[in-house]
Design a binder for this molecule. Structure first.
Ligand SMILES: [Zn+2]
Length: 348
């Protein structure tokens, strides 16, 4: 055989072998190497972590109970309420007690803060609904007054274990974002207790803030009356529950500040009855001056509420009595007014 005839065949064979082998060496290996590198860059989480549901991951990250306000369940409200009320100063109710009251909380669809946290409420109706008055109690409208929430928490526990004279609705955490941030204002920097749509808001609220309060950012009333979602939630409660009497719990001035008809007050040694007056956009002016619903503003002295809860339980009973008496006075005045001539009514 002529070797020259074989050589080209051999060369061809060799070339084919080299191509096939290099295909395996470079072609096949290069692809998996790239995939491996990409997978390391894009999927750094170990498999165990990615198996945790998204909800739990966000809870772990923020160390808060995260709720979806579009589909909040009773269990989520209970869990959120439990975590927030537990943060309040003072000795909390037992786990069982806290769970029990939180299991009875409700949330209106309108009642989510700017950051989406639920503004939950508790309700206990009077033993005799016809006789009892509707008392709306609000605490922590200013987020940096946690002792006010402690008193409200204690009142709810108490209401839950008795048949009250009056019907009570309690909103213990009216400004959840401010409470989390430890600020008086909501997350938009608005003082919710200057944001109520009082009749004089447009004319006076911003002027009063700039001139009398020297534009103190802690007292900013907002750009418009009831501009804030938290204020709108409280107005929804007022419209729906139709309170005869409102109690707003604050700190730290150490007084009982009453916006209502002139009357004799029962003695309460820890806090004197002193009228501080009300302001454009405040709850007191909105409800008493504009709507004839008395407002009792309890100004705890510092953290007094935390250490003397028995005293403040007594104050709950005193407030109930004041609510009944004040309503009686208002009704008497209205009756008398109705019996006199129309011009006299207008003069009022
Ligand atoms: Zn306050």
């Amino acid at each position: 055989m002529n070797p020259f005839n074989i050589k080209p065949t051999l060369i061809k064979l060799l070339l084919v072998i080299i191509l096939v082998v290099s295909g395996f060496i470079f072609g096949c290996e290069t692809v998996p190497i790239v995939t491996k590198d990409r997978s390391q860059v894009e999927m750094p989480m170990p498999e165990v972590k990615s198996a945790i549901p998204a909800e739990e991951i966000s809870t772990q990250k923020e160390e808060e109970v995260v709720v979806d306000n579009k589909s909040i369940s009773k269990e989520q409200i209970q869990q959120y309420c439990f975590s927030e009320l537990k943060k309040l100063p003072g000795t909390p109710a037992s786990t069982e007690e806290l769970n029990k009251i939180c299991g009875k909380m409700n949330v209106y669809p309108e009642c989510y803060s700017v950051n989406g946290d639920p503004i939950f409420h508790y309700e206990q109706l009077a033993k005799n609904a016809k006789k009892g008055k509707n008392i709306l109690t609000i605490s922590l409208i200013h987020g940096d007054e946690p002792a006010s929430g402690t008193v409200a928490r204690s009142w709810i526990s108490r209401l839950d274990n008795l048949e009250p004279r009056n019907s009570w609705r309690v909103i213990p955490l009216a400004n959840p974002d401010g409470f989390k941030k430890k600020t008086r204002m909501n997350v938009n920097g608005v003082d919710l207790n200057r944001n109520f749509p009082t009749e004089d808001w447009e004319e006076s609220a911003l002027k009063h803030w700039k001139v009398n309060k020297k534009a103190d950012p802690r007292k900013f009333p907002g750009d418009k009356p009831a501009s804030e979602i938290e204020t709108q939630c409280l107005i929804k409660h007022i419209e729906d529950f139709k309170p005869d009497f409102i109690i707003s719990i604050h700190t730290p001035y150490g007084v009982l500040d009453f916006d209502g008809p002139p009357m004799k007050f029962p003695t309460f040694k820890p806090l004197p009855w002193i009228s501080l007056g009300n302001y454009p956009g405040s709850l007191g002016r909105y409800m008493w001056v504009n709507n004839r619903v008395p407002v009792l503003t309890i100004e705890l002295k510092g953290n007094q509420g935390v250490h003397q809860l028995e005293n403040f339980d007594k104050l709950q009973d005193i407030s109930g009595t004041v609510a009944i008496q004040a309503t009686k006075i208002i009704n008497n005045v209205q009756e008398k007014t109705a019996n006199t001539d129309r011009p006299a009514k207008n003069a009022n």
